[in-house]
Design a protein around this ligand. Structure first.
Ligand SMILES: Cc1ncc(COP(=O)(O)O)c(C=O)c1O
Length: 434
């Protein structure tokens, strides 16, 4: 079977709105560590990890063995109607690590469902379906999660069970607050929140949902401290804060275990997904007991937190902490960020290299302007692939190259990937200007 046959079969039977990366899409057939091999036998260093999800890497013995141990018991699934030892153990760890006092955890299968659950409990707790969300956000693909997603490309329906008012993200490059210094941007964003509450809501808003660094939005980050400035205003009204840590969690930002910690504030609810299962379907919401307990009916998830995915989750979390991967993310992320900044110095088609730890983006623009250049981003993205490196793409305008490698990335691999990235960016930039 060639990849071409598979591509034709894919196109014949799967919906076209589910995009494939690359002009010639890739079928990955094996992986080890940070490397994957495609059906043609080509090997790649993986700087995207299945969208920041293969957080530990491929074929990690400790995780494989934990899953195999669970499989050998014969219990792949039991439903949450029965006690699941692995689930209770993981919930204890997540509750402790969350930083939220007396926390409860509810497991789901995806980030979308985790955000649905967070919105469910917040709206019940506050008896309000008014929500604050942030421009350029992404929270998932159900009606409620899409309803709080501030990105036209991912907003596939106007149907919305919630009443949503939109805040400025506080980003540096674009929008009304752009180019203000950090302190002024925080003040302006907090002022924007006050104005939105006064003009677009009935006051009794349930929650604000926000990503500490916007993932799909192109790794756009507000200034550190903005969540605290927002929370000060929210607290005046009893409005809850949900931190969507689906991309920023588990130490990926290097400096902290959760993205929210850069802001000096603790959210009421935190949602997690992607990396915790290292590829097994595992996600959830952790939050204040009184908020999590505010579901006035029976609610459960058939597969959420099942024995196999939570066996993986426990092994992932133990591995992450035993190997201090947060420190590794800081170390290898610095090699990448410094190297990328040096590589793009003087290139007027790069507006910014940004991000934290192993969550780094490069934004491409038409030379000398801030006009997005998605075509250039795509060229660089394809050139990386040709050079043996898998990266990601994103941003409101599709003009941001995104790097989110496994947190086990070695320093040598960081330098190897950096060289491919720098070559790809320089050669594509030369074609644009030349
Ligand atoms: C910040 C954020 N929240 C939620 C989601 C939705 O997660 P899932 O695709 O697992 O439903 C994503 C997915 O990319 C995400 O990046």
């Amino acid at each position: 079977m060639t990849s071409d046959d598979l591509l034709a079969r894919h196109r014949a039977v799967l919906p076209s709105w589910m995009p494939l990366y690359y002009a010639e899409p890739i079928e990955l057939v094996s992986g080890s560590g940070r490397r994957v091999t495609d059906a043609q036998g080509r090997s790649y260093l993986d700087f995207f990890g299945g969208v920041l999800t293969n957080m530990i890497g491929y074929d990690i013995p400790e995780i494989r063995e934990a899953v195999e141990r669970q499989l050998r018991t014969g219990i792949v699934h039991s439903s949450t109607l029965y006690l699941i030892r692995q689930q209770v153990e993981l919930a204890e760890k997540v509750a402790r690590l969350s930083g939220i006092p007396d926390a409860r955890v509810f497991f789901t299968n995806s980030g979308t469902e985790a955000n649905e659950a967070a919105l469910l409990v917040a709206t019940n707790y506050r008896r309000s379906h008014q929500i604050l969300a942030v421009r350029n956000s992404y929270h998932g693909r159900s009606y409620a999660a899409m309803g709080v997603t501030g990105n036209r490309s991912w907003s596939a329906s106007a149907l919305n069970p919630l009443q949503v008012a939109w805040l400025h993200s506080g980003e540096r490059l674009r929008g009304l607050l752009a180019r203000l210094d950090e302190a002024d941007r925080i003040d302006a964003a907090a002022e924007d929140l006050r104005e939105v509450l006064a003009t677009q809501t009935a006051g009794d808003v349930a929650c604000l949902i926000a990503e500490p660094i916007q993932g799909v939005g192109g790794f756009v980050a507000p200034p550190d401290g903005l969540f605290a400035a927002w929370k000060k205003v929210l607290d005046e009204h009893g409005i809850l804060l949900i931190s969507d840590e689906v991309q920023t969690g588990w130490g990926r930002t290097g400096e902290h275990f959760w993205g929210y910690q850069a802001h000096g504030v603790t959210p009421d609810l935190l949602t997690f997904a992607k990396g915790i299962g290292n590829g097994f379907a595992l996600a959830g919401v952790v939050g204040r007991a009184d908020v999590l307990e505010s579901v006035p009916a029976i609610s459960f998830s058939t597969f959420g937190g099942n024995p196999v995915s939570t066996a993986a989750g426990n092994a992932v979390l133990d591995y992450l902490r035993d190997h201090d991967l947060q420190a590794n993310a800081a170390r290898t992320g610095a090699i990448l960020a410094d190297g990328l900044r040096a590589a793009v110095a003087g290139l007027d088609c790069v507006a910014e290299v940004r991000g934290k730890g192993l969550m780094l983006g490069v934004e491409f623009v038409r030379p000398g302007t801030l006009d997005p250049d998605p075509a250039l981003a795509t060229r660089v993205f394809e050139a990386c692939r040709a050079g043996g490196l898998l990266a990601g793409k994103g941003g409101l305008h599709g003009n941001v190259l995104r790097m989110g490698p496994p947190l086990t990335l070695t320093e040598d691999e960081a330098r190897e990937g950096l060289a491919i990235l720098a070559d790809a960016i320089r050669s594509c930039a030369a074609e644009v200007s030349g």
